[in-house]
Design a protein around this ligand. Sequence first.
Ligand code: G1P
Length: 295
Amino acid sequence: MQKVRKAVIPAAGLGTRFLPATKAMAKEMMPVVDTPSIQFVVEEAIRSGITQILIVTGKGKNAIEDHFDSNFSLENNLLEKGKDALLEKVKHTTIPSIHYVRQAYPKGLGDAILQAEIFVGNEPFVVLLGDDIMPDEVPLTKQLIDIYEKQGKGSVATIEIPTEKTNRFGLVDLGEKVEQNLHTIQHLVEKPAPEVAPSNLGIIGRYLLTPEIFDILKNQQPDAGNEIQLTDALETLNQVAPLLAYEYKGTRFDVGDKYGMLVANIELGLSHAETADKMHDYIKELAKELKGSKV
Ligand code: G1P
C-alpha cells in the first residue's frame, strides 16, 4: 500500500462572504485570535504525517506565500529586541517546502483540485478545505489516513447537519456499515434542496482521494453555475474506486462565514494563554447583561 504523503489545500476562493475585508486580502489570512485560518489547516496536514503540501491559490493570494516564507527583516528586528517568543512564532510559520499553483479562473472546487494533478502524480492524497478548522489532538486528516491504511479505500469526512442546511453541503447517501462511524457510500450529491436530500450527512472539508479522480475531473460537466464540482466527480469515482464515509464526532469550527468565524475566535480566545482570563470575565459579564434581553 502506498503511503499518503501529499496534501492539496485549495485556497483560490474569492471570499465574498467576508467582503469588504477580503477586497484586498486573502480570506485564508483572516485570523482566528492571532493565527491565519490557513495555518491551522497546514499544521493539521503536517501533524498527520503529510510531508508535501500544495496550496492552490489565485489572484490576490500572495500574502499566503509570504506568510509561509521567512521574513528576514522582521526576524532580525525581533532578535535585536530580544523578543524570543515572538521570534519563535514567526519562524514556526516558515515552511519553505510548500508548493503553489494557481487556478486561473474561478471554475469551482473540482477545477481547483485538477490543478494538483502534476503534483500528486499516481499517489493517494488528502484534500483539506480551509473553511473547516478541526482543533482535535488526533487530526481528522490522520484519521482518514488510518482508514486508508486499514481499508485500502479513499474517504470523505461527514457530520450530521440540520435538514434546512442540506443546500450548503455535499451530501452522502450511506450504504453498508463497515465499522463504527464508517460506511460505504451509495451516492454523493452536491448541495441538494432539503426536499430531495438523500440524508442529513454533509461532507466537511477533509477528503482522502486516489488519483483516478483527475481523469474524472477532466471529463466532469460544469454545474448550472458553470463550476466543476468535486462532489459530482466523487459520485463517478465511487463507482470505479469505492469511497467510504467517515462520520466525524470531534470539534469543528466552520470559519467559512462571519458567524462561524466569530464563534471560532470566541472559543479559541477562551483557551489562548494571553486572552483566556479576560475573555472568561468578559463573556460572563456579557451573559448577565444579555440575560432576559432579546438584543
Ligand atoms: C464545498 C463542497 C461541499 C462540501 C463543503 C464543505 O462547498 O463543494 O460539497 O460539503 O465544501 O465545507 P463550499 O463550502 O466551498 O461551497
